[in-house]
Design a binder for this molecule. Structure first.
Ligand code: NDP
Ligand code: 2IT
Length: 447
């Protein structure tokens, strides 16, 4: 690693040894910046690495709420406002018991470069809570969201910080959060994205992350004259991103042979049908059930308790769409052995560093999350544009814009990789292209 980057990284390691996910995300970006930093000393002169790795502001707050039994519970709430050089802070909220500052800082740091790649004017942020939505009633979810927003509202705004969904935060939660914000400020503002169509949402936003990942993967495959037609694809997760990744793969003629949740995976060797996927969407989004129930309903679908998809069988491509560090070295060894040619990250940082290295060394097309899953936040940006113009675009128009953005992210990442002699290395290309725009903006804006 470049000397300057190494020094800053070691400083962070010493200062924040417990923030392992954050350190992992910083290492991955810094490791790509060598050729840029080696050939250009302005970034060190302006202390860009020192500044870009420290959030501009972190808000931590108490979220007290009352459950259905009348008991009082207290969770932690966070918003990490990471970098606003190129636009208002923008990024999702995650509700999951594992949420802590390390995870939100890794997600916020990734978001800065991802948003830069989208071509839209959005800075990076992330937030959430260690609240576990599983098993809670709708009313409990509503009370929690209202309490969360009661505190968060004074720190966000349509030109300041615009949160959205992430793990555990979907349309239902965004509705309750937006409802509370609107009551408090007495204004109908574009302060959240992922809203329902009835009150300012955008068509294609629910689909955007999954569709965008498939568009990105198709661009990578095109460079080798490949596509998804009749190809076997493993997907992990069964939430928002996984569902619409699966839908697009089936539309592209591919076979979705796995999906999963935290209890295990389903294996469908023939490939899921649209009808089966619709059942999964209803199970997950409405009934809020477990993925094992799919194998009880359909023959030909096997449930593998406690297993991730990757080592269950062979596949041509893998699209991890659940959570960080879910695709490890042993998993990618099995994938490569089984003939996998493409891994594209729907989730944020799902592939461990050793696994990424192995995939690149074995000539597998690898789409890093900050490029491949940027379609979600890009379409959030399109939702903000529609809100500002007080219009609503048709689905085909939003989908075309999303597709154009994903093509552009692919080409800037590929071009940056080529520029620095790292052909087909989308990790290096996306990191350099994302970083350069933000860093140059920071220099232009002064200290
Ligand atoms: P959802 O909450 O809709 O779905 C999450 C899925 O991942 C569920 O199937 C869940 O299973 C599984 N999962 C979550 N945590 C774990 C875990 N620790 N171990 C195993 N499985 C787990 O979230 P999304 O689909 O929105 O997000 C999925 C990923 O995509 C995340 O990494 C997120 O950051 C990323 N992402 C999301 C975007 C969006 O627009 N929503 C945009 C870009 C990236 P279970 O229900 O059992 O917990
Ligand atoms: O990780 C992500 O990019 C998201 N969860 C979406 C963020 C957004 O603002 O739409």
């Amino acid at each position: 690693m470049n000397n300057y980057a190494q020094r800053i990284y070691e400083g962070l390691q010493q200062e924040l040894p417990w923030q392992t996910e954050f350190l992992q995300s910083v290492f991955e970006v810094f490791d790509s910046l060598d050729p840029l930093l080696d050939s250009n000393d302005k970034y060190e002169h302006f202390r860009i690495l020192e500044r870009i790795t420290v959030p501009e502001r972190i808000i931590i707050f108490q979220v007290p709420w009352v459950d259905d039994k009348g008991d009082i519970l207290v969770n932690r709430g966070y918003r990490v406002q990471f970098n606003s050089a190129i636009g208002p802070y923008k990024g999702g909220l995650r509700f999951h018991p594992s949420v802590n500052l390390s995870i939100l800082k890794f997600l916020g740091f990734e978001q800065v470069f991802k948003n830069s790649l989208t071509t839209l004017p959005m800075g990076g942020g992330k937030g959430g809570s260690n609240f576990d939505p599983k098993g809670k009633s709708d009313i409990e979810i509503m009370r929690f969201c209202q309490s969360f927003m009661r505190e968060l509202q004074s720190h966000i705004g349509p030109d300041t910080d615009v949160p959205a969904g992430d793990i555990g935060v979907g349309g239902r939660e965004i509705g309750y959060l937006f409802g509370m914000y609107k009551k408090i400020v007495n204004a109908h503002q574009s302060v959240l994205t992922g809203k329902s169509l009835n009150f300012g949402g955008s068509l294609i936003r629910p689909e955007a992350t999954g569709y965008g990942n498939v568009y990105f993967a198709l661009e990578m495959l095109k460079t080798r004259r490949e596509d998804f037609d009749n190809r076997k694809v493993m997907i992990s997760g069964s939430g928002n991103v996984a569902q619409f990744t699966a839908q697009k793969i089936i539309n592209e003629g591919g076979k979705v042979i796995t999906m999963s949740d935290s209890s295990g995976s389903i294996l469908c060797k023939e490939g899921l049908t649209h009808e089966q996927l619709e059942f999964i969407m209803d199970l997950k989004n409405v009934k809020r059930g477990r993925i094992s129930e799919v194998s009880e309903k359909f023959s030909g679908i096997e449930f593998c308790a406690g297993q991730k998809p990757w080592q269950l069988t062979e596949a041509d491509a893998a699209l991890p769409s659940a959570t960080q560090n879910e695709l490890e070295l042993e998993d990618v060894k099995a994938l490569v052995k089984g003939g996998c040619v493409c891994v594209s990250e729907g989730a944020n940082m799902p592939t461990t560093p050793e696994a990424v290295e192995y995939l690149l060394a074995n000539n597998v097309l690898f789409g890093p999350g900050k490029a491949a899953n940027a379609g979600g936040v890009a379409t959030s940006g399109l939702e903000m544009s529609q809100n500002a113009m007080r219009v609503g675009w048709e689905a085909a128009e939003v989908d075309r814009k999303l597709h154009d953005i994903m093509r552009s992210i692919h080409s800037v990442s590929k071009d940056a990789a080529d520029e620095f002699g790292a052909k087909d290395n989308y990790v290096l290309g996306a990191n350099i292209a994302g970083f350069r725009k933000v860093a140059d903006a920071m220099i232009d804006l002064g200290v």
